[in-house]
Design a protein around this ligand. Sequence first.
Ligand SMILES: Nc1ncnc2c1ncn2[C@@H]1O[C@H](COP(=O)(O)OP(=O)(O)OP(=O)(O)O)[C@@H](O)[C@H]1O
Length: 767
Amino acid sequence: MGSGASKKQLHETPKGTPEIRNSSTGPSSAVFDETSSGREMGLSKAEEDEIQEEIERMAQRFNKTGEAINDDFVAGSSTAQADEVSLAFESFLHKNGTLYTCFTQNGTRLYFDEEKGLIPFPQELYGQGRFIDMQNWFSSSSDSMENALVPDPSYMGNERTSGFYLPGKGMVTTYIFEERTNVCKYFDSHSGAWLILPLQWEMNLDFVKYRVQQVKEALPGITDYKEIAASLRQCNYNPDEVISVYLAIFGDSLESSLEGQSFEETFLHRDLFERDSRIESLNHKLQEREKEVENLQVRCRCLQEENQRLTHMTQFLHARVAEIEAEQERILEKMKALQYTPPPPTPVPKKPQQLFEPKKLARLSKAARDLNISNQQLKATVSLSLSEFGQHISKLGSVILELKDFELGSTKEIEELRTLYKREALERKLLYNQLQELRGNIRVFCRCRPDPQGLTLVEFPSDDQIIVNQNGSKKKFQFDHVFAPHCTQEDVFDGTLPIIKSCVDGYNICILAYGQTGSGKTYTMMGTEDKPGVNIRSIRELLRICQEREKIKYTTKISMLEIYNETIKDLLSKNPSNSLEIRTQGKSVMVPGLTEIEVSTEADIKETIALGEKIRTVASTKMNTESSRSHLMVTLHVNGTDSISGVVSYGTLTLCDLAGSERISKTEATGQRLVEAAAINKSLTALGQVFTALKNNTLHVPYRNSKLTHLLQPSISSSAKACVFVNVSPDAKSLGETLSSLQFGSSIQQVALGKATQHIVHAKPEK
Ligand SMILES: Nc1ncnc2c1ncn2[C@@H]1O[C@H](COP(=O)(O)OP(=O)(O)OP(=O)(O)O)[C@@H](O)[C@H]1O
C-alpha cells in the first residue's frame, strides 16, 4: 500500500462535478456549481447563458487537464496550467527498504517527499536501490501459481492488471478496481476547486488521526503512521477493514509490538523464512529425485548384467550346437565308412566273412537315428531359445533406452532443481545481507591460509563454518563467510565488495585483518604484485565507481600511518620519524599533520602505497624491528559533491593490517621485544574491550584505551560499517593461536553496530 497519489483520486471532486471559478467573466468570489442559480445572484438571462456556456467549456477543459492541474497544486506550484503527466507509476525500492512511488512529468521523474512535497527524484538515490519491474515479477511468478485459485479472466490481461510480490503471500495478482471511496480534499480558494490533501497533511486531521491511532493500537507491530494513513485512504477510512487487511497478509504477528525490529525487518524475516522453507522443499525434492535416479541406475545395472548373462548363454549354446553337429558328422562318416567298406581284393575266400554283425550294425544305425532326432530337437530348442533370447534382448534394449531417457530427463530435472536451489540460496544470501544491513552488524570473515606441508587440523563443512580438530574433539565456529585455503584473492575481495561500495555514498567503512603472525593478514590486505589484496582492489573499485558517476565530483585522498609501541608515524611524510598525536572534535577523530595524497588512477594508488611501504621498511630496519610488530592503517577519504542536488558526502575507507595477535610468554620476550609485545597486547586487548562494550551495549565504550582503538573510533562505532578478517593458520603448531583467533572472531560476530550513518550535508547546488 503505497502513499503516492493515484489517478483515480486526482480525477474526483465532490459529487463528481468540477467546481471552477470563472475569473474572466464573474466576480472574483463567485463560485458556480450545479445547485446555484444565476438568477438568484441577480444576473440577466444573456449573462447567465454566457456564464453557463463558459462553465461547460471550462468543465470540458478541466476534465482533460484536471489531472495536471491537481498535480501542480499538489506540488505547490502557483500555476494551474496543464502539463504533460505520465501516470505510469514506477516503484523504486531503496536498499534500506523504503519504497518510493514515482511518476514522470515533462520528462522529469518526480516523487512525493514528506517534507518538501513533490520534488524531482534525487539523483543520488539511483545508486542506492532499484526500480522494480512489476511486469517481470508478475510473469516470473506464473509457474509457482500452478495450484492456486486464479482470478476471473475478466480481471486479467488489461492495463489495470499487474502483479506484485507480497512477503508472506508470494506473488499476488493486482487489479485497479473502480470503487468509490471517501476522499479528503481541501478547498483551494485560488482556483475555486476542491483539491486532494497530501497524505502528510491529511494525517493531522482529527478524523484521520483518530483512526490511525485505532489501527496502531490494534496492530502495534506496524510502526509507520503514514503507511496506516495510506491504507485508511484505500479502505474508505474504515479502521476495521485496514486491520483485517493487515491481519490477512501478516497474520497475528502484528498484534504484538515488534520490539527492536523494524517493519522492513519483519518483511525480510518473513521472506527469509519463506525462502528457507522453499529451499528445504527443493532440497527434499532434489534428494527424492537423486534416490529415484539411484534406483534406476541400480535397475539398469541389473538389466545389463542379465543381458550379459543371456548373451553368454547364447554363445555357449551356439558352441554346443556346433559341437553336436560336428559329433553327428563324425558318426555319420564313420557309419558310411562301415557300410561301404569294399571287400578284400583277394580271391574268393574260403568262407565269406562279415566285418560287423548285422545286429551291431542295426544298433549303431538306431543310435545314429536317435542322435539325429535328438540333434534336430536340440536344434529346434536352441533356435526357439535363441529367438526368445532375441526378443528378450530387444525388449531389454528398449527398456534400457527408456531408462536412459528417463535418467536423462531426471538428470535435467535435477540440474534444474539444482539451479533453482542455487538461485534460492543466492537470494537467501542477498536477503540475509539486506537484513545484516538493517541490523548494521559487523561482518566477520574467516580466512585460512594454505599449509605448505598439507598437514591440516581444520575442516570446512560449508562456506560459513570452520571446524578445528583438537585432540580428537571437533570445535565448530560459524562466521559470515569462511574462506578456505583454496579461495583466491578475488573471492575474498568479492565478499567485502558490498560493504566497501557504500563509502562513495558517505559511509565510514572499516576493514580489519586480525590473526597471529604468518596467518596471512598482509597477504589478505596488501597481497602481492600479481595477486593484489583487499587494499588495492577496494581503492581501485571505489575510484572506478567515482569515475562512473558523472554528476558527482569526487576527490579521493590516501593517508597511511603506522602505530608502533603506541606512537603514530606518518608513512607518507618526508619526516616519518616524527610522531603524531590524535585530536578529537565532536564525533570526529583527526591526526593533525598527517599527509594525505590525492589519487585518481590505479597507478597513483600503487605508487602511494609503495611509497608508504618503503618508508615503513626503512623505518623498521633503522629501529631493528619487524614491520609485523606494528599496526598499519591505510585510509581513503572519498568526498563527493552532487552538482545537481548540491549534496556533499564524506566517506572514509579504513584498511587496517593489525600486528600479530600471538601471545608472547614473558620468558621469551625481553628488551625491545617485550616493549613491543606489551604495546601490541595493550592495543589488541583494548580492541577486544571495545567490541565487548559494543556487544553489551554499555554506555561507555573505552575507545581511548589505546591509540589503535582511538583512531578506529569513527570506523567501529554505531555510525560505521565494519568487516573483520580473522586470519588463521591450519598447521598443528598454530592450534592454540588459531583457536584463540577464532574465539575472538566469534565474540565480535555478536556485535551490533546499528544502522550506519551517511555523512552528507546539503550544500547550495551549483547552477
Ligand atoms: N591465502 C594464502 N595463499 C597463499 N599464500 C599465503 C596465503 N596467506 C598467506 N600466505 C603466505 O604466507 C606467508 C605469511 O603471510 P603474511 O605475511 O600475509 O602473514 P601475516 O599474518 O601478515 O604475518 P605478519 O603478522 O608477520 O605480518 C606469506 O609468504 C604469504 O605470501
